[in-house]
Design a protein around this ligand. Structure first.
Ligand code: NAG
Ligand code: NAG
Ligand code: NAG
Ligand code: NAG
Ligand code: NAG
Ligand code: NAG
Ligand code: NAG
Length: 208
């Protein structure tokens, strides 16, 4: 900036600070990401059968909560436990990786076969189960793919008699870290996203 006089440098400096402030704010706004929302929408495990093995069926709903960013899901591990303390797993299933555009919703089915009925609660009583979902996601920001972010969420749910999920609504899967992140995270995200930018590589169409 060609400016004569002693004030020129100072003005230039101020405008530099102002511009970098605005740029940082803009970057923060455009690089901020939120985790997808995950819910268990169906769970069915017939216990009133006379066979000694049974098959579990479930359905998950996954929603990209970002207004303008896509989400690349790695394979999603879904594991069911027969009690909330997660001491014994009933079985697990993997949902293949997929891409989800901004604000899109997805419904994913899965089944787990050959579950021993002896190891499950009786067919007449209400029982508590636990579901765990583990995966990693990368966000697509304009032409960049961010680095992988781990997602691990879960929830307890009750089932009755025969055995169908008791709640009529979807069961939201939550992370223990969510509460901490929502508040302290506000500023942390700003710095974290700059680190992400370092790691981001150019996204090309040849990639998929
Ligand atoms: C529980 O399952 C047995 C078969 O294993 C069946 O005879 C019985 O009627 C079932 N009870 C209920 C309440 O569904
Ligand atoms: C088990 O219960 C379901 C739902 O109540 C019912 O539709 C099905 O016929 C039952 N099966 C047996 C073998 O009792
Ligand atoms: C099912 O139960 C019967 C009798 O309870 C037993 O003989 C059979 O081996 C069991 N089958 C399996 C696959 O566990
Ligand atoms: C977990 O819970 C089940 C049922 O409530 C109980 O039988 C089991 O002992 C518990 N395990 C641990 C390690 O607490
Ligand atoms: C999930 O399963 C239900 C019934 O089992 C079926 O109607 C639905 O089309 C399936 N959805 C997907 C995405 O496979
Ligand atoms: C999912 O399960 C597979 C096989 O057990 C494992 O290699 C992978 O690391 C798991 N992924 C996550 C995110 O836990
Ligand atoms: C289990 O829940 C289903 C759906 O809410 C209901 O239709 C059924 O009567 C319940 N069964 C028992 C044994 O409570």
């Amino acid at each position: 900036m060609p400016e004569s006089g002693g004030g020129g440098c100072c003005r230039c400096c101020c405008s530099f600070i102002f511009t970098s402030g605005l740029t940082a704010l803009f970057l923060w706004l455009s690089l901020r990401t939120t985790s997808p929302a995950c819910a268990l929408s169906k769970f069915y495990i017939p216990l009133n059968q006379t066979k000694n093995q049974t098959t579990l069926e479930f359905e998950l709903r996954l929603k990209n909560t970002n207004k303008d960013k896509g989400v690349y899901y790695d394979p999603i591990n879904v594991t069911f436990f027969d009690s909330p303390n997660r001491s014994r797993s009933i079985g697990s299933s993997t949902i293949t990786k997929f891409y989800q555009g901004h604000k899109k919703r997805a419904t994913k089915n899965g089944t787990i076969a050959n579950i021993d009925r002896d190891e499950l609660p009786g067919n007449g009583s209400t029982a508590f189960f636990w579901v765990d979902l583990a995966t990693s996601v990368r966000y697509k920001i304009l032409m960049f793919k961010t680095k992988r972010h781990k997602i691990r969420v879960g929830a307890q749910f009750a089932v009755n008699g025969t055995i169908i999920k008791v709640y009529p609504k979807d069961i939201k899967l939550k992370s223990n870290a969510d509460k901490i992140r929502s508040y302290c995270g506000k500023m942390g995200v700003f710095f974290a996203n700059f680190l992400v930018l370092d790691d981001a590589r150019f996204w090309t169409y040849a990639d998929d």
